[in-house]
Design a protein around this ligand. Structure first.
Ligand SMILES: [Zn+2]
Length: 275
């Protein structure tokens, strides 16, 4: 599958609101929502599926996506809602990519409010900027204004996005993305092809750097040709065999070495490692 091309049409579900009738979104054959009334990006995460009765954002919970930019692409990814302890052992929470301190009672409430749109719960969805402008225009938003508001994908969010991909690689569905430690526990082996390639050691180092927070520079809809490839083999669900995740370095002879990582649904991301 290439980038998401949306089918946008008036929803058959009647909307009785001042917001006007809702739109229905499909991605190929997959229904995303029947209740898209508006798509302004002032909130982070953005609610793309609103209350079916009144169309007011946040009257109902869920149907949310984190919207970020990677080069010329726009991504809808799972809202980053994770707890972590800081140096002093204080319990913190990530909301919309930013760490905040929350009383425990608010955590469950926020998790419901920012529940992901089911379509992007396990894999991100990538758009070309042209298609995203078209979506915004169709639903009555101002493309230039909205696009100027979309933040670039940060290093921490990149790491989160890659962790969200792992269960679908293993053929599993989980409500929470696994930690890198869990991913490591499931690694059966790492292979470099060809074994003697001069970039081989760089690839191994890259695996660890990726987890610290690399930047994704661009996303394309085909696998790059490779000079060297790292295959990580993972233990999968019973009966599903072994899953292989490829990290790719194109030929280093003619151009600067580049690293590519699988980014879901036939998409590949060019990666810049922080040195
Ligand atoms: Zn309502």
């Amino acid at each position: 599958m290439v980038f998401i091309v949306l089918d946008i049409r008036p929803s058959e579900q009647a909307g009785g609101s001042d917001a006007g009738p809702p739109f229905a979104l499909r991605a190929g054959e997959t229904p995303l929502t029947e209740t898209l009334f508006c798509l302004d990006h002032q909130d982070d995460p953005v609610q793309v599926s609103q209350c079916p009765h009144c169309g007011t954002p946040w009257c109902a919970n869920g149907g949310c996506v984190l919207v970020r930019r990677v080069g010329a692409r726009i991504v809808w990814m799972r809202p980053w809602m994770e707890a972590y302890a800081d140096e002093s052992g204080r319990y913190n929470f990530i909301v919309g990519g930013e760490p905040v301190f929350l009383p425990t009672m608010d955590v469950g409430w926020l998790a419901q409010r920012y529940a992901p749109l089911p379509f992007i719960e396990h894999e991100p969805a990538w758009f070309s900027e042209t298609d995203y402008r078209e979506l915004l225009r169709r639903v009555g938003a101002h493309p230039d204004e909205v696009l100027s508001r979309i933040k670039p994908l940060s290093g921490g969010e990149t790491s989160y996005l890659l962790r969200c991909l792992m269960p679908s690689l293993w053929g599993e569905r989980r409500s929470d993305p696994p930690s890198w430690a869990v991913c490591d526990d499931r690694t059966l082996r790492r292979n470099i092809e060809p074994a003697v390639h001069p970039e081989g050691q760089e690839l191994l180092k890259a695996v660890y750097q990726l987890r610290q927070g690399a930047s994704l520079v661009d996303v394309v809809d085909r696998a790059p040709e490779f000079g060297a490839r790292l295959l990580e083999e993972y233990d999968t669900a019973p009966g599903r065999g072994i899953a292989r995740l490829g990290l790719v370095v194109p030929s280093a002879e003619t151009r600067e070495s580049e690293l590519w990582h699988w980014a879901g649904r036939g998409c590949w991301a060019r990666v810049k490692l922080s040195s």
